[in-house]
Design a binder for this molecule. Structure first.
Ligand code: ADQ
Length: 481
């Protein structure tokens, strides 16, 4: 079975968040199940730079205002189709905005182009390749499914995966004329969205199946509180909605071989974690002591509950814990964390920025990882935490609820606990969870058993890849029915 995955990010080439980890790891996991994935990605400068030799499979004289070409490439074991469209993608800054973080004004053009090309491939534009299934990730890829629906690939089964419903790709209705879609598409059951155009909305309407990245989030987004304006549509399509929890790439995230660690270790022998903890203390100028260090690796945003974290730093420090925080995002939240680091020198370390290596070291040496998200479609950092014996302390929402087993008395007695959950997502409950973690940390045998239990959790892609493969097969039988 051939699957075309359309994605705006793919690890290791281009990553701003968890989406890249997923689209980078899922192809290999599916490979063993007889599913071959080709990934269509925009030709950002880093992607073009990784292309060894360029051989255009397909050319466009004009695609959204300029020349474009499609190149095949094998990069890091991934089979890719790269959309080279310099007028859209060859620019400095991030994939969606400039160096100051401001969105590119022509994002609608950039990702309409990606969608157009995805749909052309689905319709058979390439000589030697036609996918059986098209799988689109988030709003940036969602127009693929709209172009398929209103074009020549309406009979090709498609999957729309929502990694985060908060990002929807909403634009003014004036862009409609530039999309090249038939007028009938500008309708309530098409791409029209609250008077404008909604890219994710269009994908959700057009997809044969909709998935999101955990069963609990799949339920949550059917409610107004989590549905971000799309709960009505999602409820209408509830019969086609599936929640499949993410896995992790267990070659990249393996404490036994991880090159970013000061010392590697196994579940049996956790000694190496101590050297990593010392390395964190050095790197983040924290005092050296034997109390717990809790880390944070996150986008610094409201979604991630970083304001809740900032509001309890003083009592957490007073409880004897130290904090090691890595992230970037909202300027206000960055400032609040830096101010806390200033107030609590040696107790709170903050690194503002994006640092893949440091994120591994934190998982390999911190005692716990704090994830106070207000909503969390899946969450990957708690999965890395489980694999690394870095105990997750998480809000009970979305994928966090599905993947961490709270250390309540019954779970501890049964030996199945893997972390701490709290609810509601507020300062009081979060603080209480950290105090519960401190108490268990003071009992080394109890803490070690929590770590080991977490390290035993199956966080690999195996089970989830099987679910995607089964979904693809179900869609193919629907096509053939
Ligand atoms: N400053 C930093 N330095 C280095 N690494 C950093 C970093 N900040 C974040 N990261 C890394 O980025 C990834 C973030 O993963 P999350 O699951 O938190 O995803 P995110 O919210 O971006 O994406 C959405 O998509 C994913 C994938 O489906 C869902 O899990 C999630 O719930 C949803 O919100 C992790 O690999 C993490 O280690």
């Amino acid at each position: 079975m051939q699957v075309l995955s359309v994605t705006p990010e793919i690890f290791p080439l281009i990553k701003t968040g968890g989406l890249a980890d997923v689209t980078g790891a899922l192809p290999e996991a599916l490979n063993g199940l007889g599913v071959r994935t080709r990934s269509l990605v925009p030709g950002y400068p880093v992607v073009m730079g990784a292309l060894k030799k360029k051989k255009a499979l397909h050319q466009y004289a004009v695609l959204q205002g300029g020349k474009a070409a499609l190149h095949a490439a094998e990069i890091g074991g991934l089979d890719m189709l790269v959309l080279d469209a310099p007028h859209l993608f060859d620019r400095p800054g991030g994939p969606y905005g400039d160096a100051t973080g401001a969105d590119w004004q022509d994002n609608w053009r950039r990702f309409a182009a990606l969608g157009r090309v995805g749909a052309d491939i689905a319709a058979g534009a390439l000589k030697d390749y036609k996918p059986d299934i098209v799988h689109a990730h988030d709003w940036q890829s969602a127009m693929t499914l709209a172009y398929m629906r209103y074009g020549e690939a309406a009979n090709v089964p498609s999957v729309m995966t929502v990694h985060n419903l908060a990002f929807q790709g909403q634009f003014a209705s004036s862009i409609f004329a530039g999309l090249g879609l038939p007028q009938q598409a500008m309708a309530l059951d098409g791409i029209e969205y609250y008077g404008g155009v909604g890219f994710l909305k269009a994908g959700l309407q057009a997809a044969w199946a909709i998935t999101t990245v955990s069963p609990t989030y799949a339920q949550e987004i059917r409610s107004p509180a989590f549905g971000m304006g799309l709960d009505g549509l999602i409820n209408l399509r509830a019969g086609e909605l599936h929640g499949i929890v993410n896995g992790i790439d267990d070659d990249i995230w393996n404490p036994e071989t991880d090159k970013h660690l000061a010392a590697t270790y196994t579940a049996k022998n956790l000694k190496g974690r101590k050297a990593n903890k010392r390395a964190i203390e050095e790197r983040m100028t924290l005092d050296r002591d034997d109390g717990p260090i809790y880390c944070v690796v996150s986008r610094l945003t409201w979604q991630k509950g970083i304001d809740i974290l900032a509001s309890i730093i003083d009592p957490v420090v007073a409880s004897g814990a130290r904090l090691a925080i890595l992230g970037s995002g909202d300027a206000g939240l960055e400032g609040a964390l830096l101010a806390a680091a200033n107030r609590h020198r040696g107790r709170v370390g903050v690194v503002i920025g994006y640092d893949e290596g440091l994120s591994h070291l934190l998982q390999g040496g911190a005692d716990g990882i704090l994830i106070p998200s207000r909503f969390e479609p899946c969450g990957l950092t708690q999965l890395y935490g489980l694999r690394y014996g870095c105990v997750p302390i998480v809000a009970r929402t979305g994928g966090l609820a599905d993947t961490v087993i709270d250390a309540n008395e019954a779970a501890v007695a049964a030996g199945v606990a893997t972390g701490f959950q709290f609810t509601p997502e507020d300062a009081g409950a979060f603080h209480h969870a950290i105090l519960r973690a401190n108490a268990l940390y003071a009992d080394p045998a109890g803490w070690t058993s929590l770590q080991r239990q977490g390290m035993k959790s199956d966080v690999s892609w195996d089970r989830s890849a099987q679910k995607y493969a089964a979904l693809y097969r179900m869609l193919l039988s629907k096509r053939d029915a």
